[in-house]
Design a protein around this ligand. Structure first.
Ligand SMILES: *Cc1c(COP(=O)(O)O)cnc(C)c1O
Length: 366
């Protein structure tokens, strides 16, 4: 049996007629950029994320960059974030000219450890980017309290966590801005790149709207230096179809995770830890194996099962960040997690047979 980490062809099969119809409608109308589909999607996503506003952009990376710029983060500033995330989180900070300052993670949730943030705040600190890794929210209450105490801005990187909840709040609704990614492999994926900034503050949302379209409030008028970063109508049309299915898909991801939990918890590994405050969306189902995680990945590969480590090199140890001056051992929990974690297929279209095959292979390994 071959079981990839994600099978988007199966997802497409289930919604093909609707998606194809939506795409043909956009083609018939030839209304490709900043049109009606995007307007409607922005309203639907804002409502889904429990925010007042949403602004579509070209990618999750651009959502982070434009949120930072709209919040006034610039050259010489520092932005506190986690080293255990996809590279784009820190890259966005660097692109606006600021400096990423990394805080180690909680070893159970893999999200930023709120207890370590305050120590890293300096006179140059302007913002915190919280990442809701693997589809569950970071511990937001203490982080928000710190951010308020020091008068900082907070951006939620929700690229992996659309639909996740912390207490009664949706991911993206708790900070000054939330950044969503519609990269095809994300839980709500487009047919290409895409992203969105969600926010409750109108002025902030409008700054993002200006920045994404050359700082232009009207034709050939430019009030700021922006860029070209728009979510086009073809992507918006696909996303509007998929959004209707998202809650069902997230529910099935949770059921798959619970099935794994039940069948794997007696093995010498750690299943995902979900604090009571959280509703996890299982963008990734991640195990920790203290000894032999790479052997397990290879063993599963030989059985036809794709498992991967997200992410094997923490950002403070990336070559491009050598100039930040970190060394191995500085952020021990992130470094350990990078060595000991692996994610296994959890996508909603998996059959019972496939899940049982994965479970049997992991049992075989041990
Ligand atoms: C995918 C991802 C991004 C970047 O999103 P793109 O749409 O690929 O630019 C940023 N942060 C995290 C945590 C991600 O997983």
């Amino acid at each position: 049996m071959k079981i990839p980490i994600l099978d988007l062809k199966k997802q497409y099969k289930g919604i093909r007629l609707e998606v194809d119809r939506a795409l043909r409608k956009v083609m018939a109308e030839q209304d490709f950029v900043l049109g009606k589909e995007l307007d409607t999607l922005e309203k639907e996503i804002a409502s889904y994320c429990h925010t007042r506003y949403a602004a579509g952009v070209a990618s999750g990376t651009d959502a982070l960059i434009l949120a930072l710029r709209a919040l006034g983060v610039k050259e010489g500033d520092e932005v506190i974030t986690t080293p255990f995330t996809f590279f784009a989180t820190a890259e966005a900070v660097s692109i606006v000219g600021a400096r990423p300052v990394f805080v180690d993670i909680d070893p159970k949730t893999y999200n930023m450890d709120p207890g370590l943030i305050e120590d890293k705040i300096s006179d140059s600190t302007k913002a915190v980017i919280v990442v809701h890794l693997y589809g569950q929210c970071a511990d937001m209450d203490p982080i928000i309290a710190i951010v308020k105490r020091h008068n900082l801005k907070i951006i939620e990187d929700c690229a992996q966590a659309v639909g996740a909840a912390y207490k009664t709040k949706r991911a993206g609704s708790m900070g000054d801005a939330g950044a969503l990614s519609f990269f095809p492999s994300k839980n709500l994926g487009a047919f290409g790149d895409g992203g969105m900034v969600v926010a409750n503050d109108l002025a902030l949302a409008e700054r993002v709207r200006l920045l994404r379209a050359h700082g232009s409030p009207g034709r050939y008028i430019h009030t700021m230096i922006g860029t070209n970063s728009r979510l086009d109508s073809m992507q918006a049309a696909v996303l509007r179809v998929k959004l209707k299915y998202l809650d069902g898909w997230l529910k099935t991801r949770r059921e798959n995770a619970e099935y794994y939990n039940k069948n794997l918890s007696s093995l010498p590994l750690e299943i995902p830890y979900v604090p009571d405050a959280n509703v996890h969306t299982y963008h990734l189902y991640t195990l920790r194996v203290r000894e032999g995680s790479s052997e397990l990945i290879r063993f599963l590969a030989s059985a036809g099962i794709e498992a991967r480590t997200y992410y094997p090199v923490p950002l403070h140890l990336q070559e491009c960040y050598a100039s930040l001056g970190y060394k191995r051992g500085d952020l021990p929990e992130a470094e350990k997690a990078a060595q000991e974690t692996l994610s296994i297929p959890v996508y909603p279209e998996m059959t019972l047979k496939e899940k049982d095959f994965v479970i049997a292979a992991i049992k075989d390994f041990f």
